[in-house]
Design a protein around this ligand. Structure first.
Ligand code: SF4
Length: 345
């Protein structure tokens, strides 16, 4: 993806986003809370107009929860979000229904599973017009033309409007899912693992379609995936999450060529090189991802980190800039970058 059409203006800013889910056990009379799953714990994020921000990490690291909170689908435990300068969480609690609907129109979701996300009893035309009925942004006389325009936009034909989801392949269903997200003319799309359930042969087609639509409609994407190759292909900047926290954020080329956080280095070393003559050095991580109910003190990665030191068990490393556009949450990286800064003449 090209950075040329990315504006420096933030479209969306998230500050200190926290989302905990209660864990309850049944008592004699009532359920009582016995702990909390710390799914997202203090995430700061800025997404600029026109860019694709990739969010990567292992399953359960908090990527999807972050996206659901950003879209206002579940309430945050703490934190604030601004979209086009407006405070989203406060608006969702206090604004009039029409204002909330207008905000939701601008932020849409492309689901992971095109098989489960479409209603099998609705034709494609009925699926797309559902959105027009809810948001009432188009006069009814224009609905048909808009359905055909959406189908053309995602590479389907007019005749497909009368068919049902089971008559399509996985790739075509994902195209319908994208058309449904575009039906209300949004500015911002969250694409949550949009190609992970598809055949490898059609993944590239869907990624190319997303890239084309971004250019044509000036869209901004939050692209969530554990598939590093697709993230590298489509993203402008990438954030790496581990156990509810962002541990590294950098432009895509910088992150893939100079990863600084030990977790990012381990993740990237797991990408296979498609050349049997080249040897590959893999960083194997010890143990399992710790429980988000009781995450480790200090740096959450320290029980698995191959270079952890005593400070890592005591202090949480903040996400700090170590170069322009490159932020890392690691004590050792901060120490070495401050040493380098001191050594400069
Ligand atoms: Fe490893 Fe310590 Fe850096 Fe965490 S802060 S990634 S434990 S070196």
């Amino acid at each position: 993806m090209s950075l040329s059409c990315v504006s420096s203006t933030p479209l969306l800013t998230v500050q200190n986003l926290v989302k905990y889910f209660p864990v309850r056990r049944r008592g004699i009379f009532f359920y009582k809370e016995i702990g909390q799953i710390k799914a997202v714990d203090g995430v700061h994020l800025t997404i600029r107009k026109g860019e694709t921000f990739g969010l990567v990490g292992e399953s359960g690291c908090g990527k999807t929860t972050t996206a659901r909170v950003i879209l206002g689908l579940i309430p945050p435990t703490a934190g604030e979000e601004w979209f086009e300068g407006k405070p989203v969480f406060s608006l969702l609690q206090t604004a009039h229904k029409s204002e909330i609907l207008a905000l939701r129109r601008k932020m849409q979701l492309v689901f992971q599973d095109p098989y489960l996300s479409l209603n099998p009893r609705l034709t494609v035309a009925a699926t797309l017009t559902e959105a027009f009925k809810i948001h009432r942004h188009l006069p009814e006389s224009e609905w048909n033309d808009r359905v055909y325009a959406l189908l053309e936009m995602v590479g389907l034909e007019r005749a497909h409007a009368r068919r049902y989801p089971h008559e399509f392949s996985g790739g075509q269903r994902q195209r319908i899912g994208i058309a449904r997200a575009l039906a209300v003319e949004p500015d911002f799309l969250v694409c949550d693992e949009p190609v992970s359930s598809l055949d490898v042969s059609v993944r590239a087609q869907i990624l190319n379609l997303l890239a084309e639509l971004q250019e044509r409609l000036q869209l901004t994407y939050l692209y969530i995936s554990h598939d590093l190759s697709s993230v590298r292909y489509i993203s402008d900047r990438v954030g790496v999450m581990y156990l509810g926290k962002l541990v590294e954020v950098a432009p895509v080329h910088e992150l893939f060529t100079h990863p600084l956080h030990p977790y990012t280095q381990a993740l990237l070393s797991s990408i296979p090189i498609p050349n049997p003559r080249l040897s590959q050095q893999r960083t194997l991580l010890r143990g399992e991802v710790p429980s988000p109910i009781n995450p480790p003190a200090g740096c959450r990665f320290h029980p698995r980190c191959p270079v952890a030191e005593a400070i890592c068990k005591r202090e949480i490393p903040p996400l700090l800039a170590v170069a322009e556009e490159h932020q890392v949450a690691c004590h050792l990286v901060h120490d070495s970058s401050s040493t380098q800064l001191r050594e400069q003449p």
